[in-house]
Each structure stands twice: as C-alpha cells, then as structure tokens.
Design a protein around this ligand. Structure first.
Ligand SMILES: [Zn+2]
Length: 230
C-alpha cells in the first residue's frame, strides 16, 4: 500500500538551480527529457484553488494507477513558471520505457513535465512557463556538460505520442536553450518600443504597406530579444 499523501515543494527557477548545484557530483544526468502533461491542462491549473493538490493528483495517478514507485518526473513546471519538485533526483525517472536508464548506477536522464496541453489548436507554451523550461534545460546542460543533442522530446522516444505537444517545435525550443546570452535587446525593452512607438504608428498608418512594414519591424525587435514572432 503506497503512502496516501506526499508534499511537494515549489521553487522559483533560481531556487531550483541552487538546489541542482548541490547534486552535481551526486548524480550524472545523461539527457534532459521534455514532457507536457496534456492533462492536467493550463485551464485545470488556473481553476485549481490549491495548486499543490494538482501535483499530488498526478503523483496519486502515477503511483496508484500506473504503479510507478513515485511521481514519474523529477520536476513539474507550472504555467506561472514555478518548478514543483518531483521524485528524488537520485532516482531514474519514469519517462519513456527503454530510455529511463533505470539500472540505479547514478546515471540517468533528468525528466520534467510542463503542465498544459500543447497540441496544435489547444494551449500555448509561453512566458513565464516557457522561460523556466528553457532556463531549466539550459541549467542541466551547462552543469552536466551535455550537448544540445541530449535534449529529448518524449515523442522522439515514443513516436506514437505528440508529447510535449505537437505545437512545440523541437528546433525552436533547442534554439532558445542554446541561444548565446548576448548584451542584446531585453524583451521588456523590445515590448516597450513596440507598445509605446510602433503600435501608435501602426494605428495611424495610412496604407496596408505601411502597416506591414511596422509589423515587420516589431517582429525584428521580437527576434532580437529572443521572443516569438507574431
Ligand atoms: Zn510525455
């Protein structure tokens, strides 16, 4: 009979990276496995009065129904960009059959889930959840000296799945993770330029061509600051 209750702590990305630092030398992460929960959805998360209970219900499903020995993932990223602890980092994950490196030799993949249904036409992976997913993936790669090829989407291991979601392009995500931090444009500044200067100019533009050109410039600002174009 499994325990009936487990507490899950919530971290900011910075707090979680500080936690990760204490595991360098204790565990060897070989890959980063990226998943989306599909269910619970972002809407489920928004509707939940007690967010920890949502994590607990995943744990209960994994332990009770799936018969895993703990919640499957090492970490769960919620739509507010917080990271909820999962199973012990010293334990192999229940990520994808045949890919968990479950032989308890201290080497295994790091697995995280992002809460949401990220299939095409459903919900959207965006800031701050996206920033945390990118930052967490980058932190694992840097601290365990892994190449970008160590990033694995669930669907790469199990082709009948869309996980982490058919709307999440792998090369787009990897590009965000490996993007060199440069003293370029900060996203807040880009947004301010768009909102304060380009938006009024777009509204006042007299022709379609003028509007299209302003739209193009706004997207150049978004690209330069590492954001998705619209
Ligand atoms: Zn998955």
């Amino acid at each position: 009979m499994p325990v009936q209750h487990k507490m899950f702590r919530r971290y900011t990305l910075q707090e979680y990276i500080a936690l990760l630092e204490t595991f360098v030398g204790k565990v060897v992460f070989t890959q980063v496995h990226v998943h989306g929960t599909w269910k619970p959805t972002i809407a489920d998360y928004r509707a939940a009065a007690d967010k920890e209970r949502l994590i607990q219900s995943m744990w209960r499903f994994h332990v009770g129904t799936r018969k895993f020995n703990d919640i499957a993932q090492h970490a769960t990223i919620d739509p507010d960009g917080y990271i909820w602890e999962g199973r012990s980092l010293l334990q192999p994950p229940a990520s994808s059959t045949g890919f968990n490196d479950a032989d308890q030799d201290g080497r295994h993949p790091f697995m995280f889930e992002m809460i949401g249904n990220f299939d095409i036409g459903a919900e959207t992976l965006k800031s701050p959840q996206l920033d945390t997913a990118v930052g967490l993936t980058r932190a694992i790669l840097e601290r365990w000296k892994l190449p970008a090829a160590a990033i694995k989407f669930h669907r790469e291991m199990q082709p009948d799945k869309t996980c982490p979601g058919s709307a999440i392009d792998k090369s787009w995500f990897v590009g965000l993770v490996t993007k060199k931090e440069q003293p370029g444009l900060r996203p807040e500044d880009a947004d301010r330029i768009i909102r304060t200067w380009l938006q009024p100019a777009w509204n006042a533009a007299g022709s379609r061509n003028e509007k299209d050109e302003i739209h193009r410039l706004a997207n150049e600002l978004r690209k330069a600051s590492g954001q998705r174009i619209s």
